[in-house]
Design a protein around this ligand. Structure first.
Ligand SMILES: [Zn+2]
Length: 310
């Protein structure tokens, strides 16, 4: 079956995405597909809701998140559009990649958190400064008033260095000793509202598998240190084949404090970082359709339970 990736929504205004636009689309999606549930799992530093969109009643639980890094806001669009396409496949009772989508809701639960770092995204995209001192943010951005390279949350903490996995190690070797537009890990693991919110959700839900979407490189990271996880390699191989993205193991600097690192370390289940697209961040929005055709098969094939006969 050829995948229809057309969409009802306009995901971009003047080549930009925003938290408010996503919020509006989340509400529309829930109205359109009654089997979707929208919840607020926490608030960001600047009090923006962090949203989770859920579908399915199954025992097998899969989590997908995007935009830990502000300048990777395109991953929010990728996730929103993935949800829309998955909903349409379910509604049409399609069979896609040999997965029968009609009974997916009974077998599976998906939780999508499309924008982990809404404050950072707003700063990166719109230069939103409502509660923060512009001069301070400019200083963290090494004197630049253009925030398009901003990765951190609004407090200058890199959320994907802020989880409790190799945190101390990273603190020792990192050149960033204080808040910055990127790479500062924070004062302590889960010191930030956004990472704490996601960690709390993960502890509560006890997922069987997680995906953290980042850009760029068209690569799937699937390991943390030498920890061996049942079926992780098998899943990684399936995802790599279906997406055309290659498998890789991160270097030491990239390997610490990330969400998937923390998930693998503490839950001992398969966790993946999907590096979408290519080129410099923020990557070109013209890549959205191409990224979707590469990554959507991963989310659908994640429904296969390798621990059981299908
Ligand atoms: Zn990233």
């Amino acid at each position: 079956m050829l995948l229809d990736i057309s969409t009802k929504f306009t995901y971009l205004q003047n080549e930009k995405y925003s938290f408010r636009l996503m919020e509006k689309q989340l509400l529309t999606l829930v109205k359109q597909y009654p089997f979707l549930t929208l919840s607020e799992i926490g608030k960001s530093t600047q009090n923006r809701p962090i949203y989770c969109l859920s579908l399915g009643r199954g025992k097998r639980k899969i989590h997908v998140n995007g935009a830990h890094h502000a300048n990777e806001w395109i991953t929010s669009i990728i996730i929103m559009r993935s949800i829309e396409i998955i909903c349409r496949l379910i509604q049409d009772k399609s069979v896609y990649l040999d997965v029968n989508m009609s009974n997916l809701l009974e077998r599976l639960s998906y939780d999508f958190v499309p924008m982990v770092n809404p404050d950072g995204v707003e700063l990166c995209v719109n230069g939103d400064i409502n509660t923060y001192d512009l001069n301070y943010l400019k200083q963290l951005n090494e004197g630049e008033l253009n925030f398009s390279r901003w990765k951190a949350n609004i407090r200058g903490v890199d959320l994907n260095r802020n989880y409790n996995a190799g945190f101390e190690e990273y603190s020792m070797i990192s050149e960033k000793k204080g808040p910055s537009y990127a790479f500062y890990q924070g004062e302590a693991a889960e010191s930030e509202a956004e990472s704490r919110t996601l960690a709390n959700l993960t502890r509560k839900r006890q997922y069987d598998m997680v995906f953290a979407y980042h850009t760029q490189g068209e690569v799937i990271y699937w390991t943390y240190k030498e920890i061996s996880i049942a079926n992780a390699k098998e899943y990684a191989t399936i995802f790599s084949k279906a997406s055309g993205y290659s498998l890789d193991e991160p270097d030491l600097m990239a390997a610490s404090g990330g969400y998937k690192d923390w998930f693998i370390l503490h839950f001992r289940k398969p966790g993946f970082t999907i590096e979408c697209g290519h080129g410099e961040n923020p990557i070109e929005v013209t890549q959205i359709n191409s990224i979707l055709t590469h990554t959507l098969p991963i989310l659908v094939l994640a429904s296969k339970d390798l621990g059981k006969e299908e």
